[in-house]
Design a protein around this ligand. Sequence first.
Ligand SMILES: N[C@@H](CCC(=O)N[C@@H](CS)C(=O)NCC(=O)O)C(=O)O
Length: 241
Amino acid sequence: MGNCMETEGVVPLNNITFDPKMINHSIDLYFFPGSPPSRATLMLVKALGVKHNVKTLNLLAGEQMNPEFIKINPMHTVPTINDNGFILWDSHVIMKYLVDQYGKDDSLHPKDAKKGAIVNHRLFFSATVLFPRLQDYCSPVLFGNQQPDSSKAEKFEEALVFLDGFLKNQPWVAGQQLTIADFSIVAIIATAEAVMFNIAKYSNLSEWYHKVKNAMSNYGYEDVNQAGADAFGAMFKNKLK
Ligand SMILES: N[C@@H](CCC(=O)N[C@@H](CS)C(=O)NCC(=O)O)C(=O)O
């Protein structure tokens, strides 16, 4: 059967989608556009060609606290998936699961111990350094009626310097191939740019950023990542005095 999603340059990342057994198989993805980990996960789902229902929860209206969602994820975070009753949250964990379950091969998270460890390193960097530092900078402005704190901006810039270093002499954040770490990190970088961090001043990072946008253009980069980051940026800028 022809795959209407395939266009020139698209990496075929999944060979399961058009298996007749999968025809009615669809996962639920709880999502919010402003959320970087939600966007990373949605782009990966698209890249893998996994059929999915996006269930948007408006975090600004507190919809993640609905009792029905709390039953699914007591930690009330997006993204969360429900794959035929198998429920999982935390974008990094979800992305690894999706590659293991639906990837055509292990290229997005290599089984090779050393290559896989580097991907994990970048995922943990994303989860424990890059994202929390950006949140720490943005949240008081968005939700605490405060103005940007330059010391928090500096902490985030330090993380950008680390990231720029990871990209020295290698094309992707975890080595020679695109992995789920690139999905995770680009969602944060687009958000950082939208709140006016100057990504262009980091030469390796900026080259990689350009490359990722191209590589992910068929996985909804503009509609999912850019649009979500822009909306987040607009909200942030609205709060500036
Ligand atoms: N480490 C988690 C972070 C998830 C997270 O913090 N999500 C935020 C949006 S970016 C959220 O759902 N916040 C709502 C809440 O905590 O109630 C991941 O990667 O999925």
